[in-house]
Design a protein around this ligand. Structure first.
Ligand code: SF4
Length: 738
């Protein structure tokens, strides 16, 4: 057979690059960037070229595993589901639905089934014990967006391709490829800002690669970003630089914000932030004077004790400078699958967690309390856990405690591509699908994109005979949990799920098919069950869709399939006030829940620093959180799992480059080699996350050769009280020679 070339979208990170895949006989020969992709134009990072290696990885699970006598043994799908049926149902029947918890890992949002079907499974489970990676690193953005704009997914992104001034805090897109702002080739887009005469400023406790490439880098004490942002806002009010522009009639709460930032003059916050007051004033003036500007904060600002305050103030600054919702500022994407949203607004804390009384956010509980919910006896205790595409033992806080909790569960089920540090506790592991063997459309990241695009890729290779797709696995699991049994007719079940989706659209007068007959819509939609049918429906009823005949030139899945390099839907366009979902119909600049947290931020200014170190994380372009360290080409080379420390600090504690040090926190202790650098602030140390592949019982042969250490053994379970997000940045640690 001759080699074939196909195009697909990389599902590994948020950048959504187009790939050109040369393959033969279900084997990848080469992957490179798709030069004709409408968005990425040939850009690719080292991870994207390894999808073939991931597909061929001998450690990737291809058959279910059932643990018998402490050993994971291969089983058929029916055998695996028989075990699940015999054990999950009785736990739910005896202890109620909350006895079965669910953890959803980050890769779910990179898969069509992972976005569409967990919600069906959760409905069938009827549990409130829901946890996800969202409370590891991004919930503050959802919460501040929900409170300000009325919907947690209405998130402004920097209009990278048109802005003339970009201030980034806690973001390192040269390594991460961008997050909560989808753009292939961030380095090229940032370079272009400078080439067209603009300016890029990076605020970060580390001189990252992104900081190196910027016009200006501002060192800042970890965890103090909101105080710095408050001070910028203070200057804008103080110097009469506030100008909301066209947004003025659509914003409420300006006076309350002016009052909130009153005590945060640059001279007051300078010592706490480690940033000179004159410099803060100058940056505020630059921001106000730039023809267009965007402030963008990411993971370093969100994984901190004031994560939601920082996220809020980023958007407040964009509004105060008149840059929200205008070209070159911070804008809202308009994804091809987006459906009309209600103006119900956003609520926090509709229920609380059982053990610590923590408020629910977006229907889930903070993952930092998952171990509590498993370990603490009493009504509602989590006795069974389902993990889907996640490795919380490495990726969530206080991991030693979680590891202990998982070991004591009555039942654990996992859907995953690997027998990893988490799934080694599972009684049944159901293999997930290799990314090359499933279709892809980016539900999550098209709605965070700096340009409106749509791209659909069919599966490159077929699933092996008899292997179910992930949507079928989740539906079957849901059928077991809801008492319908493992032998349920999955096709009929999926038809029912789809009928509900259609029913809710036709009953919505704002939908392009509002008032039509559900049967008619059902009959006109493509017949294949699973996520493609839903995607076709969502595209056709979305903002560019054909509306089932209303606009014959509009998008359908068939049209996307005919465009392997994607469909360009144009630059972002102003969407306010129409897109707002607040009951008031305006931007709520000063939500009560955030104003109530200001005194806590004020108390930070009076806090004495102890003599130890503040631990921060770091990313690397060849890592993908915890789960791609089993790909040899991505882990080769010098050890990346090191503790970065400033040269002066290294001298003070008496360690040389490469020496082993002990790092301790109230949660745990690690021994790790040091890497001495001038690129980190004195008093700050940095460890990457996602490592620690040396736990007995996992089967990751490549990763085990270079295990590294798990930085989450040092994170304490502390969280941002507004969003429940984990505090992973700015953890107080001590460092000693080992
Ligand atoms: S940047 Fe992200 S989407 Fe692009 S090739 Fe790399 S992993 Fe894939």
């Amino acid at each position: 057979m001759t080699a074939l070339v196909d195009f697909r979208t990389c599902p590994l990170c948020e950048a959504t690059c187009g790939l050109e895949v040369t393959h033969q006989d279900e084997s990848v020969i080469r992957i490179r960037g798709d030069q004709d992709d409408v968005f990425s134009r040939g850009f690719i990072c080292p991870k994207g070229s390894t999808l073939g290696k991931l597909d061929q990885d001998p450690d990737r699970l291809r058959t279910p595993l059932v643990r018998r006598g402490g050993v994971h043994e291969p089983a058929t799908w029916d055998e695996a589901f028989a075990v699940i049926e015999s054990r999950l149902g009785p736990i739910i029947a005896e202890h109620g639905p909350d006895a079965a918890g669910v953890y959803l890992g980050n890769p779910n949002v990179h898969s069509m089934s992972g976005v569409l079907y967990p919600r069906v499974l959760l409905k069938m489970l009827r549990t409130k014990a829901i946890f996800s990676a969202a409370t590891v690193d991004q919930m503050p953005k959802h919460v501040s967006s929900g409170l300000m704009f009325g919907h947690p997914d209405l998130i402004p992104v920097p209009d990278l391709d048109r802005t003339s001034y970009l201030m980034m805090l806690g973001a390192n897109p040269h390594e991460s490829n961008g997050s909560l702002a989808t753009a292939p080739d961030w380095p090229g887009r940032l370079r272009a800002i400078r080439e067209r005469g603009g300016k890029v400023v990076v605020v970060d406790p580390r001189r990252t690669r992104s900081a190196e490439a910027a016009d200006e880098h501002v060192f800042i004490t970890p965890g103090t970003d909101p105080a710095f942002l408050f001070a910028l806002a203070h200057v804008l009010f103080d110097e009469g630089l506030v100008d909301l522009g066209d947004l003025q009639p659509h914003v409420s709460g300006i006076d309350q914000v002016a009052g909130a930032v009153e005590g945060f003059a640059p001279e007051v916050v300078a010592g706490t932030c480690g940033v000179d007051a004159d410099r803060i004033r100058r940056l505020a003036r630059e921001l106000a004077a730039a023809p267009t500007a965007a402030v963008y904060g990411r993971i370093g600002t969100h994984t901190a004790e004031f994560g939601t305050m920082a996220s809020w103030m980023v958007d407040v600054l964009n509004i105060l400078t008149g840059n929200l919702d205008r070209a070159g500022g911070a804008m809202f994407s308009h994804a091809a699958h987006e459906q009309p949203r209600s103006r119900r607004g956003f609520q926090l804390g509709r229920w609380t967690s059982r053990v610590r009384g923590l408020p629910e956010v977006r229907g889930e509980l903070p993952v930092s309390t998952m171990a509590d919910e498993i370990l603490e006896p009493g009504p509602g205790q989590v006795r069974a856990l389902i993990t889907i595409a996640g490795n919380p033992v490495l990726s969530t806080p206080n991991s030693d405690r979680l590891d202990e909790a998982l070991a004591g569960l009555e039942l654990m089920l996992s859907i995953d591509v690997y027998l990893n540090e988490t799934t080694r506790h599972a009684d049944v592991i159901l293999p997930g699908v290799s990314p090359l063997r499933r279709a892809h459309y980016d539900f999550a990241f098209n709605q965070l994109s700096v340009r409106n695009v749509a791209n659909y890729s069919p599966p490159l290779f077929p699933l092996p005979e008899g292997t179910p797709d992930e949507w079928q696995i989740m539906l079957r699991l849901g059928a077991v949990a809801s008492g319908q049994g493992a032998d349920v007719d999955l096709g009929a079940l999926d038809d029912g799920v789809f009928a509900m989706m259609v029913g809710s659209a036709v009953s919505n007068p704002a939908s392009s098919i509002g008032g039509r007959s559900p049967e008619e819509i059902f009959a006109e939609t493509r017949g294949d069950r699973g996520p493609e049918r839903m995607l076709d429906f969502l595209i056709r009823t979305g903002p560019y869709g054909d509306g089932y005949g209303a606009d014959p030139a509009g998008l359908t899945l068939e049209r996307l399939e005919a465009a392997p390099h994607g469909v360009d839907l144009g630059p972002l366009h102003p969407r306010l006030p129409q897109a707002l979902c607040t009951p008031s119909g305006v931007v709520e600049l000063a939500p009560e829940a955030l104003l109530a947290d200001v005194p806590r931020l004020r108390a930070l200014l009076a806090r004495e620093r102890n003599g130890g170190f503040a631990l921060i994380g770091r990313r690397h372009v060849r890592s993908n959180n915890s789960w791609m360290h089993n790909i040899d080409v991505l882990v080769r080379g010098k050890d990346r799992c090191t503790l970065q420390i400033n040269a002066k600090d290294a001298e003070r504690i008496g360690v040389g480059h490469g020496a082993q040090v002990k790092v301790t926190s109230p949660a745990g202790m690690l021994v790790v080699p040091v890497e001495i650098t001038e690129d980190i602030m004195p008093g700050v140390v940095s460890l990457p996350h996602g490592w620690g592949h040396d736990l007995e019982g996992s089967a990751l042969s490549v990763a085990a050769d270079r295990p590294g250490v798990n930085s989450n053994r040092l994170s304490t379970g502390a969280m941002d009280p507004v969003s429940g997000n984990a505090v992973l940045n700015g953890i107080a640690v001590e460092v000693f020679p080992a």
